[in-house]
Design a protein around this ligand. Structure first.
Ligand code: ARG
Length: 464
């Protein structure tokens, strides 16, 4: 059957090449349940406007329900002659209700306002799905942070030892960006949910006295589009959604990269669970962090999707242009990517084993306590500029002799500066030359002291 929605003014049907190029059912079929929900809402306003009799309305809703059932069971599928999901479903309705009644539903709506509405509805559902997967990842990170409260590790800047921090503090630094991604998804949803374009028609609005606000409410939106041209032709809701998925990918890839590094022989900070790592076909000893590597790689793909979308949207004149059919595959791909990546990544994080003894041993090395000497001096009244110099002199002395800061004797300290004399006395500088002392001293809000990290964990969980 020819399900074209636009045959009237054409003497011939479309060429096979055009049909092949134009067809989108192989990717937009996933929108079918949303299109049917739109049809139900549209039938209701047609009825309310007196454009469908009571009997026709009843028959129409039964026909839509039957088609919905057949779509869900797979009995009804798009055929090669169907241009897109909308034309396929219209064919389905006409097959069930006859062309006369089935053909009435199209009054006052266009595929342009249909697709703009149901694409929003689809993305809103998947925003919730993605958010719940992100929440599970945040919970896995928080669980590891809670299990390792008190365990120190080397904190780094420039990938160099900087200052000791708690492993929990470091892990939670990966959770907060994901919490902000959850905020982004929520805020996006509020914005998108306020503007249902149903009723915008092809671009100019409808002349049939339909009620866009009623359709919007029916479809779970809080309001309808204020401008029918904007409603049918803008896709910033798609690029913004794609951006958030790309940001999630980027945030996950940063943790992925660290897990890859931590899992090397040289670092030896973590052991991956067998169920979340892979072997090599030739090297029997290998245990590879493939999930983390795929996370790192897929972040690139998610970035590519948002870039591609923006390139499609750039300089499109108003209103609807067929270019907009290219808006779906990239963001569908981003959703599919996150929906398979996040559960695997969460499983890997939840089952990671940390080599806390090794992390603790390395935490103070590389003169990571030099800042503590400088700050101890400041507490003795020494200006920070001088304190920084003196602590630097301690580091230089150690480097020359191949020792660490705590190996300096009281005489060494006294020789470096009278301010450092009496190193081993109560309150002396040696007291801050321990990882525990260093970490405990950073007790301002946001700091790595254990009491602050415990509070932070509660604050993070309250945000979920
Ligand atoms: N399938 C199209 C899309 O995804 C909607 C159809 C609008 N087509 C048209 N010729 N106005 O954007």
């Amino acid at each position: 059957a020819d399900s074209r929605l636009w045959g009237g003014r054409f003497a011939s049907g479309p060429s096979p090449e055009l049909t092949e190029l134009s067809r989108s059912t192989h990717f937009d079929w996933r929108l079918a349940p949303y299109d049917l929900a739109g049809s139900r809402a549209h039938a209701r306003v047609l009825h309310a406007a007196g454009l469908l009799s009571d009997d026709d309305y009843t028959a129409m809703t039964e026909g839509i329900a039957a088609l919905d059932g057949d779509v869900r069971s797979g009995v009804f599928r798009p055929e090669p002659g169907d241009e897109d999901v909308h034309s396929a479903l219209e064919r389905g309705l006409m097959e069930r209700l006859g062309a006369d009644l089935g053909g009435r539903l199209r009054a006052g709506r266009s595929r342009n306002d249909q697709v703009a509405t149901l694409f929003r509805a689809y993305l809103r559902d998947h925003a919730r799905q993605v958010a719940s997967l992100v929440r599970e990842l945040v919970e896995a990170i928080a669980g590891q942070a809670e299990r390792h409260l008190g365990a120190p590790m080397p904190g780094r800047t420039h990938l160099q030892h900087a200052q000791p921090v708690l492993l929990s503090h470091h892990l939670l630094a990966h959770a907060w960006p994901l919490v902000r991604d959850l905020d982004r998804l929520r805020e996006w949803d509020v914005r998108v949910g306020a503007e249902s374009p149903y009723g915008s028609g092809a671009l100019a609005g409808s002349s049939l006295g339909l009620d866009p606000e009623a359709v919007a409410a029916d479809l779970g939106f809080t309001g309808s589009a204020a401008n029918s041209i904007d409603g049918t032709s803008s896709r910033d809701f798609v690029s913004e959604f794609a951006f958030v998925t790309a940001q999630i990918g980027v945030d996950v890839s940063r943790l992925a990269e660290e897990i890859i590094i931590w899992n090397t022989k040289e670092f030896d900070f973590v052991t991956l669970h067998d169920g979340y790592s892979t072997g090599s076909s030739i090297m029997p000893q290998k245990k590879n962090p493939d999930i983390a590597e795929l996370a790192r790689g897929k972040a690139g793909r998610l970035i590519g999707n948002v870039s591609g979308l923006l390139a499609t949207l750039k300089a499109l004149p108003l209103a609807y242009n067929r270019d907009l059919q290219e808006d779906k595959e990239p963001v569908f791909d981003s959703i599919d990517t996150l929906e398979v990546l996040l559960p695997a990544f969460t499983g890997m994080v939840a089952t990671l084993e940390f080599n806390t003894a090794r992390m603790a041993e390395l935490a103070p090395q590389g003169f990571a306590l030099a800042t503590d000497i400088a700050e101890w001096l400041v507490r003795q009244g020494v200006p920070f500029r001088v304190a920084h110099e003196l602590s630097g002199a301690c580091v230089r002395a150690c480097e020359e002799r191949g020792i660490e800061l705590w190996d300096l004797t009281d005489e060494d300290f006294a020789a470096l500066s009278p301010h450092l004399a009496g190193a081993s006395e109560p309150g002396g500088v040696r007291e801050v030359l321990t990882v525990g002392g260093s970490i405990a001293s950073r007790d301002g809000r946001g700091g790595t002291a254990q009491a602050r990290v415990t509070e932070q964990l509660a604050e993070l969980r309250a945000r979920l």
